[in-house]
Design a protein. Structure first.
Length: 393
């Protein structure tokens, strides 16, 4: 509706202007030296308007011609950037598909014009490692750090990951310790250090790292508890193998309260005490732990040696709360054998097999029947134990 009104008024104005031009065209005289120009007023006005438009057009043309080199340069830069982005995308796809060599070449090819040089260098470094070229990998990592110094932590984290994957333990440790100096509470740095110490079985360093792992919540609470337990247990086992008696004792007595009665750790330490023939200390430790909480693994260890007459009484006192424990009956059977209580030993061992038949219980019964000169029953129990072992495996 508005357009129709505008068109109507324009048409009306044009008609009015035509009538005025026809009625009074006006007169203009311009004299310059010997030159004179005579025309109507309206022709003069239209001529001036036309000259203005021509002059304006020429100015615009000159401006565009002056800007042409810059516009051409910008267009070319944009074209090269788009091409670099396409080449980078192609390289990333090839890396994901496992075409390491092609991926590396395309990522490096895109570098002069890409707006993601860090991504290109880091992915090219990963591709170089997949190809087994550690030297080229390190070269790309150096270039990545050079092109973006503010991304030092990101570059070194990638370097540490690749060194760990390549089992370059010493180099990875040096990189991670440098990172730890730069960012002491960085969760991923701590996690990589944790993985490294586990791989090289450096339990003392991992034990020292545990508080930071918990404070920075690097792993879940459940995983932390499992890691803490496994670390102390493996440390005791390794120190035992290395015959570092003082270190084993000091480590066990410095356990966190939450692990002081842990069955796996106590078992590892008790086995160490058995090797050192410290039977009294082992028996006292097992007694304390079993009083606190019954455990099949610990009661099994309790029956492997005979130290004093109180052992049998203590083990029998556990029956009240654990009447259905096959491990407890096996322990009682062994202790009765050690005291030459053949009848009780036979009863306990048979009860153990009724609850849960095991090769160990059948073996103990076989040896008991040998002592009783019953070779037929001895052979039968040895056979059952062997058969159970074969079926289990």
């Amino acid at each position: 509706m508005i357009r129709i009104l505008v068109a109507f008024f324009v048409l009306l104005g044009s008609v009015y202007l035509g009538i005025q031009l026809n009625h009074d065209p006006g007169y203009v005289l311009i004299a310059i030296n010997h030159w004179t120009v005579e025309t109507t007023l309206w022709v003069m006005l239209f001529s001036l308007l036309l000259l203005f438009l021509i002059f304006h057009f020429l100015l615009q043309l000159c401006h565009k011609v002056a800007k042409a080199p810059r516009a051409l340069c910008e267009w070319n830069s944009k074209r090269l950037a788009q091409k670099a982005q396409a080449t980078t995308r192609k390289g990333l796809i090839e890396y994901s598909e496992g075409y390491w060599h092609k991926a590396k070449n395309h990522l490096i090819q895109a570098l002069p014009n890409t707006d993601t040089p860090l991504l290109n260098y880091l992915t090219a470094a990963r591709a170089a490692q997949k190809m087994g070229d550690s030297q080229q990998r390190d070269h790309y990592l150096r270039e990545a750090q050079h092109c973006m110094p503010e991304a030092k932590i990101a570059v070194e984290l990638t370097q540490a990951q690749l060194q760990l994957a390549n089992r370059q333990w010493e180099q990875a440790l040096a990189t991670l310790r440098h990172l730890q100096d730069l960012a002491p509470r960085h969760p991923y740095v701590l996690k990589l250090l944790m993985n490294l110490y586990e791989e090289v079985r450096d339990w003392p360093q991992l034990i020292a790292l545990l508080p930071d792992l918990k404070k920075c919540q690097v792993i879940s609470e459940h995983d932390y508890e499992q890691l803490q337990k496994n670390t102390y247990q493996r440390a005791i086992i390794d120190l035992t193998r290395q015959h570092q008696d003082e270190a084993v004792t000091n480590l066990f007595h410095s356990l966190p309260k939450s692990l002081a009665y842990n069955a796996d750790i106590v078992s590892a330490y008790v086995r160490y005490l058995y090797e050192k023939q410290e039977y009294s200390e082992a028996e006292a430790l097992l007694r304390r732990c079993l009083r606190k909480e019954f455990d099949a693994q610990l009661i099994d260890l309790y029956g492997l040696f005979y130290n004093n007459e109180q052992q049998l009484s203590f083990a029998e006192s556990l029956l009240k709360k654990n009447p259905h424990s096959a491990s407890l009956y096996l322990c009682l059977g062994r202790l009765c054998v050690a005291q030459h209580l053949w009848g009780k030993a036979k009863h306990y061992l048979q009860q153990s097999n009724e609850l849960n038949p095991t090769p160990s219980a059948y073996n103990e019964l076989g040896k008991l029947y040998e002592k009783l000169n019953d070779s037929l029953q001895a052979c039968e129990n040895f056979r059952k134990g062997l058969e159970l072992t074969i079926n289990t495996n």
